[in-house]
Design a protein around this ligand. Structure first.
Ligand SMILES: O=C(O)CCC(=O)C(=O)O
Length: 320
C-alpha cells in the first residue's frame, strides 16, 4: 500500500528564504506574486496580539476622528493628522463606522478602525521584527534594489460588515519616485477571501499602465492628484503594447482574485493596478503591509508622505 501523504505541522514547515527563479519570472510577467507560508503561525499570532493591543488602547477622546477615504465616496484623506503620520502610529476610521444621522460611532473603537499607519515598522517592536527580515532583504535584492528603503507601513483592518472598498490604483502614484520603484509587501494576518474583501489584480497591467498621475501635497494645503512629469515606468522597463482584448480603461481591466491564507506574503509591483472590495461579511481581514522604494531614485517634496528627520528606513542595514 502506498504511504499516505501527511503535511508537516505548520510550525515545522520550512519558510521560504528567497524567491525561486520561477517566482521571480512570474512576478516580472504578472506584476504580483503570492508566497504562501512566509509567516509562521507563531509570528502571525504575535502580530495579531499587537494589533489587538493597538486597537483597544488608543485614546478616543483626543482623536480627531479622521476617516480613511480613497476618494471614491468622499475626498481623499489629507488632513494634518494624516499628513504628519509618516513617523507616528495613527488610527484612521472606516467611513461606515459612523451613523449618517447622528455622526456618532456605531461600532466599538477596535471594530471601527480601517487602518493604522504609517510608522509601525519603527515604533512597534513586533512589526519592526516582521519587516526587517532576511526574506524581505533577499527579495529586495532579487528584484534588483540597490538601496531599498521602507517608507511606510500599515495595518489594514477591513472590518466586518463595514470594511471599505479600495478602488483600482497603482502604488507608485502614491509613493512616486523618478523613475518609479515602489513595491508593496502585503502580508495576510488572517485568511483573505472573496467574502471579506481579498485583493484582486489586473495581471500584467504593470507593463501596460504608466504612472501618469501622482498623489501630492497641494501648494495651498491639502492633497490631490497632479500629472507626472518624470518617468512613468521603472528603470529598464518598457511599455508593453496592449494585446487584442486587453482594455484601455483601468476599471475595465480583468481582475484576478487573490484569495490567500494567513501567513501569505503578496508582492505588488508599483505600476500594477489592483483593488479590493468591501467586507460585508462577519469576518475581519487584517493585513500588514509596507512599501519599499529605491533610495537612489529621486523622491521629491511634492509627495504626500515626507521622510522623517533621520530619513526612510534602509532595509539592508538593519539589525532588529
Ligand atoms: O489591503 C487592501 O485592501 C488594499 C491594499 C492596497 O491596495 C495597497 O496597500 O496598495
Amino acid at each position: 500500500m502506498a504511504p499516505s501523504r501527511v503535511s508537516p505541522p505548520p510550525e515545522s514547515r520550512t519558510p521560504p528564504t528567497n524567491l525561486t527563479p520561477e517566482q521571480l519570472a512570474s512576478y516580472q510577467e504578472n506584476g504580483y506574486l503570492l508566497i504562501p507560508h512566509a509567516l509562521s503561525p507563531r509570528t502571525i499570532s504575535t502580530l495579531l496580539s499587537e494589533t489587538n493591543h493597538l486597537l483597544t488602547s488608543f485614546p478616543l477622546a483626543s482623536h480627531p476622528l479622521t476617516k480613511f477615504s480613497t476618494g471614491e465616496r468622499a475626498s481623499h484623506v489629507g488632513d494634518t493628522y494624516f499628513l504628519t503620520s509618516g513617523d507616528q502610529v495613527r488610527f484612521f476610521f472606516e467611513e461606515d463606522a459612523f451613523s449618517p444621522t447622528t455622526g456618532h460611532l456605531t461600532k466599538p473603537k477596535h471594530r471601527a478602525i480601517n487602518k493604522i499607519g504609517h510608522y509601525l515598522h519603527e515604533l512597534s517592536p513586533p512589526f519592526r521584527a516582521a519587516t526587517f527580515t532576511p526574506l524581505h532583504r533577499a527579495i529586495a535584492s532579487a528584484l534588483g534594489f540597490r538601496d531599498p528603503q521602507v517608507l511606510q507601513s500599515m495595518l489594514i483592518c477591513k472590518q466586518p460588515e463595514i470594511g471599505g472598498r479600495v478602488g483600482p490604483h497603482q502604488d507608485s502614484a502614491f509613493l512616486y519616485t523618478d523613475p518609479p520603484s515602489a513595491v508593496g509587501f502585503w502580508i495576510a494576518l488572517e485568511d483573505a477571501t472573496v467574502e471579506n474583501g481579498c485583493l484582486s489584480f489586473a495581471k500584467g497591467s504593470h507593463r501596460r499602465a504608466a504612472v501618469e498621475s501622482r498623489f501630492v501635497r497641494k501648494e495651498g494645503g491639502g492633497v490631490g492628484f497632479e500629472d507626472v512629469v518624470g518617468a512613468g515606468f521603472p528603470e529598464g522597463m518598457e511599455r508593453r503594447e496592449r494585446g487584442v482584448g486587453e482594455e484601455e480603461e483601468e476599471e475595465k481591466e480583468k481582475y484576478e482574485l487573490g484569495e490567500v491564507e494567513a501567513g501569505t506574503l503578496v508582492l505588488i509591483h508599483g505600476n500594477l493596478l489592483h483593488k479590493s472590495e468591501r467586507n460585508l461579511s462577519a469576518k475581519s481581514r487584517f493585513v500588514y503591509t509596507f512599501h519599499v522604494i529605491e533610495g537612489e531614485n529621486e523622491y521629491d517634496g511634492r509627495n504626500w508622505l515626507q521622510p522623517p528627520e533621520k530619513g526612510f528606513s534602509r532595509l539592508y542595514e538593519r539589525e532588529v
